[in-house]
Design a protein around this ligand. Structure first.
Ligand code: HEM
Length: 493
């Protein structure tokens, strides 16, 4: 009897699940493949991480620029249409984050990237002044100092050998973010051991990306049974220890300087220069001191977002430039007009603003290689967006990588043409490297400053030569490459 009942129950479960998924998919007026029982369309996304971007591109060609799938029971809409993306990112309503960001909470908690609702609003308002240009200006000497270390390191490697830029740039970027907004010097470039932190970020990123892509690994009960749980626990320990060290050190510095509140500080230097972490340690949100756990979560968030994204942006910009000698020369000429015959001196903040051509080059490389290739929003009620019906709890994934490569928005989209940024774009939401709207990147100006300093200083000193290895792109939270982002250097003189 039991032998008979088990298969019958199994078939019934499959049938009920299938009917419910099909019925739900029909509540959308959005094209998409038929879901299978239980798994929905999850099987369609089982691929190596290096194949994922191409796979999603093929599906949008087949089902449309906005298409619907189910990851298990979660209805998901994948978007590579700028107009639809505009509706999402510029909305004051659709600011909630969904499942993929939940997987980051064991690391980043309720930091600015992962939180939503009132908590996100008050933290965003509180932290925004820390990225005012008055404060950013103070970071310039820090970036230039760390860049000199990077330049010297590259000089030792500039004999034409291939170099994977990602790990080298990551340490410089880590120094930049820690020394500027945290006010602490870790000298990651001088201590290769800091790469334990960088390596743990890479491990966490690839585990989270895998859990997003293979949704059966999403729930903790399943994930905890896999060997990845152990790797994650170890990585989290390294990450949290590192941020704790940074916070403790800055707290001690403030104590030694007898600074107990923001207003009491008459040391304008300290207050302005280290505004972000000092704000968190000394400031109040809605009349309340910020508890230690919340400080830790924001520090973890900004350490990660503040260095991994810029590492990707710088590495891929160098890769793009390595293929195009004439563009390097145009940047060099622009730098000559700014610096005259004293190319060895550091730029001023105003001079960074004059690097217009370099700015277009950076935008163009981030158009083709956006450091953040996908972002997500969760829809919190049944509604219509841009004429398309959305069901409550739909996960909307904006495929920034593909949005920025649409031929109707960018002529010859795969060609590297910085001049396309001379004129306004057909739709400003077709360039979303920093996202847009209320949840755009809070560190955009910081990032552009760092990118400009790094690339301009490298161009001043080196020719960047190509390596005959195409990066195998993978979007493990940040756009990375499984075979490195390789270039070669030769000194200019
Ligand atoms: C080239 C460099 C960068 C790129 C391309 C980039 C891109 C982005 C994107 C696309 C988002 C939206 C994420 C989402 O909606 O899920 C974002 C958010 C964010 N970024 Fe950046 N970012 C960069 C650098 C930075 C830097 C340097 C910092 C900090 C120092 C930073 C801090 C953040 C934070 C905290 C958020 C969350 C903002 C919020 O939700 O209110 N980013 N970034």
């Amino acid at each position: 009897m039991i032998l008979f009942l088990v298969p019958v129950i199994f078939v019934l479960v499959l049938l009920v699940s299938w009917i419910s998924l099909v019925r739900e998919s029909r509540r959308f007026n959005i094209n998409g493949p038929m879901p299978l029982p239980i798994i929905g369309n999850a099987h369609m996304f089982m691929a190596k991480s290096t194949e994922f971007l191409d796979l999603v591109t093929r599906y949008s060609e087949k089902y449309g620029k906005v298409f619907r799938v189910h990851f298990l029971s979660v209805p998901t809409v994948i978007v590579c249409d700028a107009k639809f993306a505009q509706e999402i990112v510029s909305s004051q309503e659709h600011i909630s984050k969904g499942g993929p960001y939940k997987l980051l909470e064991c690391w980043l908690g309720q930091g600015l990237l992962t939180s939503g609702g009132q908590r996100w609003k008050s933290h965003r308002r509180f932290l925004t002044p820390a990225f005012h240009f008055n404060i950013l200006q103070n970071f310039l000497p820090v970036f230039c100092k760390n860049q000199r270390v990077l330049t010297e390191k590259l000089r030792g490697l500039a004999d034409g050998r291939p170099i994977d830029m990602f790990p080298i740039v990551a340490l410089a970027a880590l120094d930049n973010v820690t020394e500027s907004i945290m006010g602490i010097s870790v000298d990651a470039q001088g201590h290769e051991s800091e790469s334990a932190y960088v390596k743990s970020i890479e491990e966490m990123s690839s585990i989270v990306a895998m859990r997003i892509q293979i949704p059966i690994l999403g729930p903790d009960v399943v994930f905890n049974l896999t060997r990845y749980k152990g790797i994650q626990t170890k990585a989290l320990k390294v990450l949290h220890q590192h941020t704790k060290k940074v916070i403790d050190e800055r707290r001690q510095q403030l104590k030694n300087a007898n600074i107990t509140s923001l207003n009491a500080s008459n040391d304008v230097g300290i207050r302005n220069k280290h505004a972000f972490l000092d704000l968190l340690l000394l400031g109040e949100i809605d009349g309340q001191k910020i508890d230690d756990e919340s400080v830790r979560e924001e520090v973890d968030t900004f350490m990660f977002e503040g260095h991994d994204t810029t590492t990707s942006g710088i590495s891929y910009a160098l890769y793009c430039l390595s293929q195009r000698r004439h563009i390097q020369e145009k940047i060099y000429e622009e730098l000559q007009t700014i610096f005259g015959d004293n190319m060895d001196r550091d730029p001023t903040y105003q001079e960074l603003g004059q690097m217009k051509y370099l700015e277009m080059v950076l935008k163009e490389s981030m158009r083709l290689y956006p450091p953040v290739a996908f972002i997500e929003r969760r829809i919190t009620r049944d509604c219509e967006i841009g004429g398309l019906k959305m069901v409550k709890d739909t996960s909307v994934i904006l495929n920034i990588y593909q949005i920025q490569r649409q031929p109707d928005m960018f002529e010859d989209p795969l060609e590297f043409r910085p001049e396309r940024f001379e004129e306004s774009l057909k739709n400003p939401f077709s360039f979303l490297a920093f996202s847009a709207g209320p949840r755009n990147c809070i560190g955009q100006k910081f990032a552009m400053m760092e990118l400009k300093i790094t690339i301009s200083e490298i161009i001043k000193h080196f020719h960047i030569l190509p390596v005959d290895v195409t990066p195998q792109l993978c979007s493990d939270l940040i756009l990375r490459s499984k075979n490195g982002v390789n270039v070669r250097f030769m000194p200019r003189k």
